[in-house]
Design a protein around this ligand. Sequence first.
Ligand SMILES: [Fe+2]
Length: 474
Amino acid sequence: MAAGAHRRQMAVFLAAALFLAAVLLLQAANAADAGVTSKYRRKLEATVDMPLDADVFRVPPGYNAPQQVHITLGDQEGTAMLVSWVTPNELGNTTVMYGGAPDRMDMQAQGIHTRYDYFNYTSGFIHHCFLKNLKHSTKYYYAMGFGHTVRAFSFTTPPKPGPDAPIKFGLIGDLGQTFDSNATLSHYEANGGDAVLYLGDLSYADHYPLHDNNRWDTWARFVERSVAYQPWIWTAGNHELDYAPEIGETAPFKPFTHRYPTPYRAAGSTEPFWYSVKLASAHVIVLASYSAYGKYTPQWTWLQDELANRVDRNATPWLIVLVHSPWYNSNSYHYMEGETMRVQFEQWVVDARADLVLAGHVHSYERSHRVSNVAYDIINGKSTPVRDPRAPVYVTIGDGGNVEGIANNFTEPQPAYSAFREASFGHATLDIKNRTHAYYAWHRNQDGAKVVADGVWITNRHWMPTNDDGDTTH
Ligand SMILES: [Fe+2]
């Protein structure tokens, strides 16, 4: 072969090799950037409610025994607890005795009670009692049911709000009362959190004819084993509406508001559906997807004031927003239902450097990269989510396992903002270590076991605003 031809051949070969290398590099870069749609598939089986005679729904023994015991924070700072329960036969006693030891419940608080009718259902006597002036990080024992059957429980108050106060949250949404729901709750209990951030849709009683409110009762008995011992922070979902004009039930949220009070007044709110609490180093804002949030509405006004005047990242560095309907959702189920609220509030949460926006509603799991979509101004055409280190991570965790089943129809291709998604049931934990770092993990229900399928270190947007979160461990 002539030397010239050989050189030409070598040049062609080198050019081809360089092109191939460039293509491989590009593919690798894309692969590192692309989101993951998990290949795991839960066993195809029906998601069915546990029967009314299931052991988890058992009525506690004894005449008029208190049942459905649950607690939530009673104020903004964690020095009050709101204790609720139901007595089935008669009003009985609304007193709660409490103290530092099981045999030293030497303090008492007097509660109030309520009842409601829902079509052909009449509730039991629903008691609510504030325990005030509690010390932080302190275990209290409490009991109620005096005069008939006494039941006793305990809780530990959260740490005093402070920049490095650790706390471990459970994140649960759309739980319902199926066998899968029971697995989810058991897995959370095994993981051992301090409080639950609940993303809405509790009992799914409205799945039944006439919204059979007995299923509100069974749900509350089912979750008592956790929520009687640690506060759950409630977000209202669409299954709390119980709006049924066809049977004359036109007052939205009737069962929910009678049963699940929130400390909204302490947060300067005027409705129980949007409010905030401080737990350790976290400032948690609860928003309401099913209440008005347009400009000048009470929720809009409250949130504006909350972000401007009541969030102090030096005192509580972690800013976490709870809402039922997700703003970022790449599942065909409930697709874009959260869009109007995103348009209304996304700029605010980006400006506020919120760390996380947690949602439920969609019965699968999804976590986003840090993205925002706030550039659009009707003429510039910029309506695509872009990577934005100022923005929160969005998590959809409506995968508690309720009777409606799994949302297994993701949009394809996976959008660039979506980091990980999977059509399974489960729950997550958010383990806040200090002002800068929290470990977030999603625990899939896998054939009766819990498996960490998605985990990531989250860095705080106030203290590490430019740090690119990474280290996923799926
Ligand atoms: Fe929902």
